[in-house]
Structures are given as structure tokens and as C-alpha cells.
Design a protein around this ligand. Structure first.
Ligand code: DC
Length: 209
């Protein structure tokens, strides 16, 4: 299996780099963050409490989540826009800290890769937990103000300060949770994307293949 794992915090440039790399190499691309967001979307839609571990754990195995390049469909409902909205963004860290959710999504991610013979997969625990034998592990990072500015450009209806504060809070939840926290694989290629172009970063990763 030919897996390229791209991990890093929010706004580090993972999606842009992973999509570009996948297109250049002719590989499929999977955004695992969209899968966690899809679960958070389903939880909120049912009026459930994202922090109720047992309830959320019982829901996930039945959920139909379809993450493709241009849409995220949850139980037949197109959730592409809502999964990027503030409600889902606030709830997703709590849902992603649920061990049963992680176990089920990890299983689906491995199934996705097996069916395609690999792909470019982005997330938080791809090189450390889901595919520790990946052909290439990249860890992207950037200064908080750069990451917040990138996200602010995507969600312009929110204040920059709110975006930055939400991002700092989510970073700490993702890094400090007990199960599969965000961390660097010891053999990852680490790239600070703050002051570099997408082309430079993609070229560096291709050279490391
Ligand atoms: O990359 P993103 O912002 O769309 O990720 C959404 C949330 O899901 C984020 O809070 C971290 C979590 N996540 C995770 O725990 N493991 C992954 N492999 C991908 C995302």
C-alpha cells in the first residue's frame, strides 16, 4: 500500500498541500478531519450532547459518511457547507476525543486505503497511529497568527480574534487529549509552512519520497 500521511494542526496548510500532492502523483486524497466533522454534524443534527460519550459511541457505527473530493454526505444529507461552520468546528474536538469514534473512523480510513492501494491522507494521527508504515510522513506546522489568518480568510463572517482563540483552544484539546493526540512521528518530514509557497512545500515532499 502506498500511503502518504500528512499531519499537523488546523491552518497548517495540510489540505492544500495534500490535494496538490495527490493530483501530481495521481493518487486519491482523503480528508480525515472531514470524517470527524461529519460525526459532529450528525450529533448536533440529532440534538445530542457531543460530550455524551456513550450516546455518541452508539451512533457512529450506523452513520453513513461519504467523503469525496467535492462533497461530504452524511446519511444522504449534503453537509459540505455545515461541517465547516462554527457550530461543528466548536463541537468537533470533543467528538474527536471519543475513543470509540476514533476506533470506528480509523477502521474506515484503513478500509478506504486498502480499497485504493493507498492515497494521500491528511489528519492528526495518520502517520503516528493509522498508518505507521506510511511511505512518507509529513508534519506541517505554521505560526499561530499565520494559521488563524488562513482560517479567517475562509470564514470571513467571523472576527479574526474569535477565529484565533477558537483555533488555540482546539489545538490544545487536540494535542492534550488522552487518545491519539496530535504529535509528530519521529520519522516525519517537518515543514514550517508560514513563509513558503505550496509549490516549494510540495517539491520538498516529493523529493523526500
Ligand atoms: O483538520 P480539521 O480541522 O478539519 O479537523 C477537525 C477536527 O478533527 C480537529 O479538531 C481534529 C480532529 N481530527 C482528529 O482528531 N484526527 C484526525 N485524523 C483528523 C482530525
Amino acid at each position: 500500500m502506498d500511503v502518504i500521511a500528512i499531519d499537523g494542526p488546523a491552518g497548517s496548510g495540510k489540505s492544500t498541500v495534500a490535494r496538490t500532492l495527490a493530483a501530481e502523483l495521481g493518487l486519491d486524497y482523503l480528508d480525515t478531519g472531514a470524517m470527524y466533522r461529519a460525526v459532529a454534524f450528525a450529533v448536533l443534527r440529532r440534538g445530542m450532547d457531543p460530550a455524551d460519550e456513550a450516546d455518541v459511541a452508539a451512533l457512529v457505527p450506523e452513520l453513513q459518511i461519504d467523503v469525496s473530493d467535492d462533497a461530504v454526505v452524511v446519511d444522504g444529507v449534503d453537509a459540505s457547507i455545515e461541517i465547516r461552520g462554527p457550530e461543528v468546528t466548536r463541537a468537533v474536538s470533543v467528538v474527536a476525543a471519543n475513543a470509540a469514534v476514533r476506533e470506528e473512523l480509523r477502521r474506515r480510513q484503513r478500509e478506504w486505503a486498502r480499497a485504493r492501494g493507498g492515497g494521500v491522507i491528511e489528519g492528526r494521527d495518520i502517520g503516528t497511529v493509522v498508518f505507521p508504515d506510511a511511505r512518507l510522513k509529513a508534519y506541517l506546522t505554521a505560526r499561530l497568527e499565520v494559521r488563524a489568518a488562513r482560517r479567517h480568510r475562509e470564514v470571513s463572517e467571523m472576527e479574526y480574534e474569535t477565529v484565533a482563540a477558537d483555533m488555540a483552544r482546539r489545538d490544545s484539546v487536540d494535542s492534550e487529549r488522552a487518545v491519539d493526540p496530535l504529535r509528530m512521528a519521529p520519522d516525519a518530514v517537518v515543514v514550517d509552512t508560514s513563509d513558503r509557497t505550496v509549490e516549494e512545500i510540495v517539491a520538498e515532499l516529493r523529493a523526500a519520497l
